[in-house]
Design a protein around this ligand. Structure first.
Ligand code: FES
Ligand code: FES
Length: 155
């Protein structure tokens, strides 16, 4: 039986009827059509589905939709400014060639965003630790870490 939930998604209120067994990832992609958040493994191993809930990066493939009640969710679609300007992390990933196939990129950026929102000057070790749960099969990680570090260094 469906239940009603209310939460904030990318700074706008969402009210919806959901099936209790849905994950947040399913709701974002299949119900709302927000396909920026990717589904890789589907069981918490790859980080492709990372979004931010109340300031923390989480795997949306494991997050029950009913748990978002009253919370604030940010997806990759929500970090672009209202006039369409990319977030500094997105610009830096492009500048550093940190995107190849791009499948891991939204999750990487959301993990990095949660870190730099919480801490102004994280160390390289902290950046590495933060993205340890985000798998990339293309870039070898060096350019991704450089891209994040560059945003931190410019602060
Ligand atoms: S799809 Fe969620 S961790 Fe892989
Ligand atoms: S850019 Fe292809 S998986 Fe990371």
């Amino acid at each position: 039986m469906k239940k009603e939930i209310t939460f904030i998604l990318n700074q706008e209120e969402v009210k919806a009827e959901v099936q209790p067994e849905w994950t947040l990832l399913y709701f974002l992609r299949e119900v709302l059509g927000l396909t920026g958040t990717k589904e890789g493994c589907g069981y918490g191993e790859c980080g492709a589905c990372t979004v931010i809930v109340d300031g923390k990066a989480i795997n949306s493939c494991l997050y029950p939709i009913l748990e978002v009640e009253g919370k604030s969710v940010t997806t990759i679609e929500g970090i672009i400014s209202r006039d369409g300007e990319l977030h500094d992390l997105q610009k830096s990933f492009i500048e550093h060639g940190a995107v190849q196939c791009g499948f891991c990129t939204p999750g990487m950026i959301m993990s990095a965003k949660a870190l730099i929102d919480e801490k102004e000057k994280p160390t390289v070790d902290e950046i590495r630790h933060t993205i340890a749960g985000n798998l990339c099969r293309c870039t070898g990680y060096v350019k991704i870490i450089d891209a994040i570090k560059s945003v931190v260094d410019r602060r």
